[in-house]
Design a protein around this ligand. Structure first.
Ligand code: NAP
Length: 312
């Protein structure tokens, strides 16, 4: 068994890193386990415009680099490429299992965010890396002067469509309803962009091609009529889901798998807290993840003091 910690944070996005900053400033012996590199979903955002304090915008990467350097500067230990595959609790002690080994801790904050949902239509899996993508920032440059479809009507679809419009000749936003969820400012910007056009009340039913994607088949949700749109790429932004099976029965989940907590970020298991997008909540933003992380760390510190695990 590895070293024993007072607190382990699982997930290095905005919620987990904020929790790390707050815990280490209370001199709690804390470790953050991250399955890739720290930064979370914002790493893919070209521009962050609604995180207060950056009126002229900041890239997701730069913002998250600042989070990481602040957390490390306060003494947070971060271990990268450590995917957690199981958590058990015996007495007051949690055992956290990764592919590399085991860690022990008295307190746990789960801040693993979400993973992108897939459309589940023919051609989607087949053409991943050959025209189908879930990351415009990563793959957008391959579609310079091309024609791309962006599926979805939320913030992600609009932000990525606007980014792609800097490179692609045409960007089609394909949405299954006639009203979008995305923030109004993004909708206005997309409407004014000559390279972006909208296909409403359509759902994608098949992605076709040869070596690479060539066609997207759409079905009109009102009439059932089908049409074929010629595209070079399909970017899928149809929401995301939490991945928390490694927690077994230690937490309660809503019908979509998001973790139920109280207002202090406590779960049904003592010493176990959840923060950020993985939690059932009404607004998933960096600002709300940061708030969750701070609260989870505060609650966990209080718990460790009450249990006399952490000494003031
Ligand atoms: P989202 O808000 O859940 O939107 C997903 C979109 O995909 C919806 O328009 C949905 O349609 C559509 N959709 C779902 N399943 C579909 C399917 N099978 N076929 C076709 N369309 C489908 O997801 P998101 O845009 O990824 O955003 C996730 C969260 O992150 C949100 O809370 C969002 O506000 C936040 N976010 C914030 C920012 C920011 O503040 N800058 C940036 C990105 C994301 P319906 O509308 O019909 O359900």
């Amino acid at each position: 068994m590895g070293e024993k910690y007072e607190a382990i944070i699982i997930g290095g996005g905005p919620a987990g890193l904020t929790a790390g900053i707050y815990l280490t400033r209370e001199r709690v012996k804390a470790l953050l386990l991250e399955k890739m590199v720290p930064g979370g979903t914002p790493l893919n955002a070209v521009r962050i415009e609604n995180y207060p304090g950056f009126p002229s915008t900041i890239s997701g990467r730069e913002l998250m680099d600042r989070f990481v350097s602040q957390a490390k500067g306060n003494g947070l230990e971060i271990v990268e490429f450590q995917e957690v595959i199981g958590v058990k609790k015996e007495g007051d002690l949690f055992t956290v299992e990764t592919a590399e080994g085991f860690y022990e801790t008295y307190g746990l904050i789960v801040a693993v965010g979400t993973i992108p949902l897939r459309l589940g239509i023919p051609g989607e899996e087949e053409y991943v890396g050959r025209g189908v993508s879930f990351c415009a920032t990563c793959d957008g440059p391959f579609f310079k002067d091309g024609v791309v479809a962006v599926i979805g009507g939320g913030d992600s679809a609009f932000e990525e469509a606007l980014f792609l419009a800097n490179m692609a000749k045409s960007v089609y936003i394909i949405h299954r309803r006639d009203a979008f969820k995305a923030q109004k400012v993004l909708q206005e910007r997309a409407s004014k962009n000559e390279r972006i056009s909208f296909f409403l009340n359509r759902r994608p039913v098949e992605i076709r091609g040869k070596e690479y994607v060539k066609e997207l088949v759409l079905e009109n949700v009102k009439t059932g009529e089908r049409e074929i749109v010629n595209v070079d790429g399909v970017f899928v932004y149809v929401g995301s889901k939490p991945a928390t099976s490694f927690l077994g029965e230690l937490i309660e989940r809503d019908e979509n798998g998001f973790i139920l907590t109280d207002e202090n970020m406590s779960t049904k298991t003592e010493g176990l807290y959840a923060a950020g997008d993985v939690r059932k909540k009404t607004l998933r933003q960096i600002s709300t993840a940061v708030a969750d992380g701070a609260l989870a760390a505060f609650s966990l510190t209080k718990y460790l003091l009450e249990m006399k695990i952490h000494r003031p």
